[in-house]
Design a protein around this ligand. Structure first.
Ligand SMILES: [Zn+2]
Length: 258
């Protein structure tokens, strides 16, 4: 009965997320399964934590949308999340939830929270950071970069990343009655996940140049023409970099937690 209720709630949330164009069709299906995995392992508390990420991120992505359209031009994918993006953000969290179901080890609750915190940190940073009036710095060469470039950071975006991570840490504190120390660890390592994401994005992620407008973009097609790869690894797109940085941050947190 309770499982059926969870399924109904998840279904309702996913349909609403699709309606507000936070998810596309494949993203909705993936999000439904992520929701089920999390409900199975961590019940309504896990779903509420996921909901905190989901709600705050979709509200932020709607905020000052017109200012962000310029940036969407540049990145591979727009604001509608597809299945790869959903799994890149929710796959590790689902895994942690299922391992918790099997082992009942509270360590997996912390790791679950760190994965969500890292995703939230990342989303808040990009949604708020792109509104920065100051041009961001590239962390590769510390020169000014175009807003929305992978590996470009601004003070506003960094502050948003820290707030995004600690927002999830505080929610975890109230939902799972963890200690203050564990809450701080979740907040710190969620932010570390975001830092690694920026760093890996800057160093490894593939960048393409448009043959028409000559802009550097993350898209394989720009101005209706195929772009040329200028640097990085084709396989390391934003989704893979997201997964890697979340996993690295969780491994680092393990050293502190154990
Ligand atoms: Zn172009």
């Amino acid at each position: 009965m309770i499982t059926f209720l969870y399924m109904l709630i998840i279904f309702f949330v996913v349909v609403s997320a699709k309606k507000v164009q936070f998810l596309n069709s494949s993203g909705s299906i993936a999000a439904f399964f992520v929701g089920i995995c999390i409900a199975l392992g961590l019940g309504y508390k896990g779903l509420l934590l996921l909901g905190a990420f989901f709600l705050s991120s979709s509200l932020l992505s709607k905020y000052k949308k017109s200012q962000k359209i310029m940036m969407e031009e540049k990145v591979e994918k727009g604001s509608e999340r597809d299945a790869f993006q959903v799994l890149a953000n929710g796959g590790a969290a689902s895994f942690a939830s299922l391992v918790y179901l099997a082992t009942n080890e509270s360590l997996w609750i912390y790791l679950f929270a760190i994965f969500i915190a890292a995703s939230n940190s990342d989303t808040w940073a990009s949604e708020i950071g792109t509104l920065s009036k100051k041009q961001p710095l590239s962390i590769k060469n510390f020169r000014l970069a175009e807003t929305g470039t992978s590996g470009a950071v601004s003070a506003l975006g960094t502050a948003a990343a820290i707030c995004g991570s600690f927002f999830i840490a505080v929610c975890t504190f109230f939902l799972f009655s963890i200690s203050v120390k564990e809450m701080i660890i979740i907040g710190i390592f969620g932010f570390v996940g975001n830092l690694l994401d920026t760093l890996l994005g800057a160093l490894l992620q593939a960048e393409y140049q448009c043959k028409v407008c000559e802009k550097m973009v993350e898209k394989k097609i720009h101005c209706g023409k195929k772009t040329v790869k200028r640097k990085g690894f084709t396989i390391l797109n934003n989704d893979i970099v997201n997964i890697l940085s979340g996993v690295f941050a969780a491994l680092l947190a393990l050293f502190v937690l154990l």
